[in-house]
Each structure stands twice: as structure tokens, then as C-alpha cells.
Ligand binder design. Structure first.
Ligand code: ATP
Ligand code: MG
Length: 399
């Protein structure tokens, strides 16, 4: 049997059809969209650890805002932005690209006219390329004019559209830039103090540390943004995810295999896809049994190690001594936090001698962090914890 269509999408935002759960968060976001469309500006900060599903929920938010509430939504990845002018350029480009038809596009484009040098339309408007002016002076002014451009764009399309959605995803490079914090603050303040309503929903997306960075430079930021935090999926949601995804390609899951799939992916969306995908390729008879599940989980752990652990962490963890400590850790019932004392009790002499070095190194590399109580540690993110658990499962199975 030749397989070609894995329903899993490890590492990239999930297609709307396979989106699972998040009902409460969707409800909160929908409320913010409704509030916005009545003419006021709303601001959210969507947060959660790496791989928890922030970009996927952002993409769904855009879909809902556009389809159900007649918004125009720009989902902007700021990974490459280095200054506020870059941010404005990316947002404006995405906003123009998001215009659903030529009429609206032409109107919006007129507003941004002087900043745009040329536009190349792809086939039927897909893959439209917008070339910005290379006049540095103009570009430097863009942040100052940004609000009035957004307002202008909304004014020209308001007969047809109810509001604008701006999603600023992957803030990493920008959250440390003080002028970005000031920019956000004055953007929001200016809307609030102007007489004319502007229905704009601003959603920032990033891991919790990014909010801390932004707030350091401008403490009011934490007051401006309502935080929506994403947590791991519930067991029932993970089950539903696997059943739906495998079901969509005519594959069934045997009852004793399903708990392994859900357990080792720990409700972390990024792992649901890594595990699902690896198991999918393991199976050869359209029925997932326990053997397929375990083999797939091993492969998934290797992929996770290679793809998501920082190269330095990955290399360090491959040393024999550290690996045996790691496996020892994985055999303990590892809660979100663990106590050094209890872990060391289970170790042999050499592991015990090396444990503190190991622990320090893992702290330096951002894998472990101290808990609130002395002698307590926790993993910086869930991906690390699950990796450790799967590693030790592999050791037990003699892989
Ligand atoms: N609600 C969901 N249902 C099904 N799969 C999901 C869901 N949310 C996320 N995923 C999957 O989990 C993985 C990580 O999702 P996503 O990229 O949205 O996370 P993220 O929080 O934006 O990660 P990062 O911090 O690395 O940007 C992807 O493979 C995605 O397809
Ligand atoms: Mg993301």
C-alpha cells in the first residue's frame, strides 16, 4: 500500500477542518469581535508555551472574524521585523492582501498610495506581491501615520465591512524593542481619545515571556491587553483529534492503542501532530494497533529532539551520562514540578555525582528552571518534559 496523504501537519498551523477544542477561548475572542464591531477598539494578548496552538487559534480567529462578522483580518508574522517601521510595513502589506475583492483592494490601496511602489498580481490575485517604497524618509514616517492609514482604510471600506482585525504573531524580535511598546501604547491611546470610533481588534501573539518584555518597557501594556492563555488539550479532546484525523483517511484506532497516543502526546498540540504523523507512517493495514503506536511514538521523540530542542540541548542530552540521568528522570512520575531529593534517591552513584552538573547545564540551556520551593525544579516547557518521558520509555524497550 502506498501512502501519501497524512492528515497531520506537524509544526504548521492546523487547517481549519482539523482544528480541535478551544471552545472557551473562541467564545472570548468572538465576544471581543462583537464588541469591536460596535465601534470600539479591543486588545488581546494570546499566549501560551511554544507549540500550544497560538498561531492555529489566530488563523481560526481570522477565519471567524471574516466569515461570520464581516471583518478584514491581517495575520502578520513579525519574525523578520527589526523596528516599528518594519512592523507597519508588514501589517499594511497583509491588510491590503486581505482585501477580499478588487473593489475593496483598490480603495484601500489609494489610502496607502504614497508608500507603495508597485503591485504584481499573481494568478487570480493569489500571491499578490506588494512592493514598498524605498524612500527611507517616507518609511521612517510610516509609524507616525499608521493610525490614520488604518482609519482611512476602514473609512473607505466601511459600507461593506464591519471592522479590522490585526494579529501580530511571532513577536519575538520586537518585544525587546522599547519603541515597539511605546508604539502600541500610543496607538491604543490615540484611538481611545479620538472622537471617531475605530472598530479595530488588535491581537498580540507570543509566549508569556514576550508580555513580560513588553511590559518592562511600558508598564501600561499589561493594563491595555486582556490576556487569553492557552493550556494543554484535555484527554477527551486529544482522543477526538486522533479519531477525527485518522478517520478522515479511513484508518481506525484499536482501543488499546488510543491511550498510548494521547498519553505520550500529553495534550500538547505540536506533539499530537508529531505522534499522529509518525504513527500514520508506521501503520500498514489501516488499523492502528499498539505496536504501530509505540513504534510511532519512538519516531516522534526522535523528530521532536531534532526539530524542537535547541541543537545545544539536543547534543548535550546525547552524552551517555546525561542520557542515563534523563532516562532515570523519565521513569519517575514527573509532575510539572519535581523534587531533587526524590529524584536523586532513585539514582546510582555515577548518576548522582553528575546530577548537579546536569541540572546546572539544563538550567543554563533553558530546559529546567527552579521551582518556588528550594530543591524543586520544573521543565521550562511541556515539550521538554514529554521528550524526557518518551526517551526513558525507549530505553526500557531497548531501542
Ligand atoms: N486546536 C488545534 N487542533 C489541532 N491541532 C492543533 C491545534 N492547535 C495547534 N495544533 C497543531 O499544533 C502544532 C503547533 O501549533 P501552532 O503552530 O499553532 O502553535 P504555536 O503556539 O503558534 O507555536 P509557536 O510558539 O512555535 O509559534 C501545529 O502542528 C498545529 O497544527
Ligand atoms: Mg506560532
Amino acid at each position: 500500500m502506498v501512502k501519501e496523504n497524512s492528515p497531520f501537519t506537524p509544526g504548521i498551523p492546523v487547517p481549519i477542518d482539523y482544528f480541535i477544542g478551544r471552545a472557551r477561548e473562541i467564545e472570548r475572542i468572538s465576544r471581543a469581535i462583537v464588541q469591536t464591531s460596535s465601534g470600539r477598539n479591543e486588545n488581546l494578548f494570546l499566549t501560551g508555551e511554544r507549540g500550544i496552538g497560538k498561531s492555529s487559534l489566530s488563523a481560526l480567529t481570522r477565519y471567524i472574524a471574516e466569515e461570520k462578522y464581516q471583518f478584514v483580518g491581517a495575520h502578520c508574522y513579525l519574525g523578520a521585523a527589526r523596528n516599528v517601521s518594519d512592523v507597519c510595513r508588514i501589517v499594511l502589506t497583509k491588510m491590503l492582501q486581505a482585501m477580499p475583492d478588487k473593489g475593496l483592494f483598490e480603495r484601500a490601496r489609494t489610502i496607502a498610495g504614497k508608500y507603495i511602489k508597485g503591485i504584481q498580481l499573481g494568478v487570480f490575485g493569489v500571491g499578490m506581491n506588494i512592493e514598498f517604497t524605498d524612500d527611507q524618509k517616507l518609511l521612517e514616517d510610516l509609524p507616525l501615520n499608521f493610525l490614520s492609514i488604518m482609519r482611512g482604510i476602514f473609512e473607505t471600506i466601511k459600507e461593506d465591512k464591519k471592522g479590522l482585525l490585526l494579529i501580530l504573531d511571532d513577536l519575538n524580535g520586537m518585544s525587546n524593542v522599547p519603541e515597539f511598546s511605546y508604539f502600541l501604547k500610543s496607538f491604543v491611546d490615540e484611538i481611545a481619545s479620538s472622537q471617531k470610533p475605530l472598530p479595530i481588534l488588535l491581537i498580540l501573539v507570543g509566549i508569556p515571556d514576550r508580555m513580560i518584555d513588553l511590559t518592562k518597557n511600558q508598564p501600561s501594556i499589561s493594563r491595555i491587553f486582556n490576556v487569553i492563555e492557552l493550556n494543554s488539550m484535555k484527554n477527551g479532546e486529544s482522543k477526538e483529534f486522533f479519531q477525527k484525523a485518522f478517520g478522515s483517511v479511513g484508518i481506525t484506532i484499536e482501543p488499546d492503542a488510543l491511550p498510548d497516543l494521547t498519553h505520550y502526546s500529553g495534550g500538547l498540540p505540536v506533539l499530537l501532530h508529531e505522534v499522529g504523523d509518525a504513527v500514520y507512517w508506521e501503520d500498514s493495514d489501516n488499523s492502528i494497533d499498539k505496536d504501530d503506536a509505540i513504534k510511532g511514538i519512538f519516531h516522534a521523540a526522535e523528530n521532536v529532539g531534532r526539530k524542537y530542542l535547541d541543537q545545544q540541548v539536543y547534543q548535550t542530552l546525547r552524552s551517555e551520562t546525561y542520557r542515563s540521568i534523563l532516562r532515570r528522570m523519565g521513569k519517575m512520575p514527573l509532575e510539572a514540578e519535581f523534587k531533587r531529593k526524590e529524584l536523586v534517591k532513585e539514582m546510582n552513584d555515577s548518576e548522582r555525582r553528575n546530577f548537579d552538573n546536569f541540572r546546572r547545564r539544563m538550567e543554563e540551556l533553558g530546559v529546567l528552571t527552579k521551582g518556588e520551593v528550594q530543591g524543586e525544579y520544573k521543565f521550562v516547557n511541556e515539550l521538554f518534559r514529554l521528550y524526557v518521558i518518551i526517551e526513558s520509555l525507549m530505553a526500557e524497550a531497548g531501542q
